[in-house]
Design a protein around this ligand. Sequence first.
Ligand code: ZN
Length: 295
Amino acid sequence: MTFGPSIRFDKLIRGVDFVVIATRFGDITRFDLARTVMGRGRYWTTAYLVDGLMVDSGCRHAAPELARLLRDEAITHLVNTHTHEDHIGGNEAVLRANPAAETIAHPLALRVLRDPRREQPLHPYRHVMWGMPRPCDARPAVDGEVIETSHHRFQVVFTPGHSDDHLCLFEPDTGWAFTGDLFVGGRDRALVVDGDAWAIAASLRRVAALRPTLLLPGAAKVRDEAVSALLEKAAYLEDLGGRIVEMHCQGRTEAEIVRAACGGPMLIELVTLGHFSRRGFVRSFLRGGRAPDPA
Ligand SMILES: [Zn+2]
């Protein structure tokens, strides 16, 4: 079951060129943020607030509106799942309003957070859709550490693949899993150029092993069939990767493999100038020529 029909729109702010939607899921508030093009939100990104803890902060373009929605909230922790600009763009605004908040991210994320302009130059489409984040400081997370808030505890789970610096948060008492861009739903046919599809599959299995009961992703619907969703996605990637490796061993060309495994051209490949592509997806499976990790 997903939560689509039961979503309650608490606030909807429509600015000149961005939209922020706040939705409640029990104790959790989810913020969906996007720049609008021709009056419609495009390339949505997501942040969550629970018990004073923010998971990600959306994109820079929507930071003023996010800060306005958070004006009455006391934020004690800000955790970034990874440093893609659509997840850290509101950090500076959140921290300006909550200077005592503890900011936590993967150790590999810190240099990007400190100097996003130098460490993570953006493609033009990323500037347009999300904007360049402002710098901020954070302390390094430790895999397995527990972050305590007033009423909850959140276990840090390192989950590389979508990016090297990706982590998830798991609340063992409630079963909540905040998964960032580890789980984006659907059947992927393309991947960001530096992604690692085998590592994504392994990370999906790692989170599934914790037996979460509510999946709170960064770019997909909240859903309560968390374990099956994670395992199905892992199996899909592993099966596809196996077929790609097999075709490669048979001497098929990259173009043939891309076509057979991922189908025809995708609009997102054009929009992102190839930064997000079927070829990148196939290459990630073939990089190093390795087989899938055992489940
Ligand atoms: Zn991402």
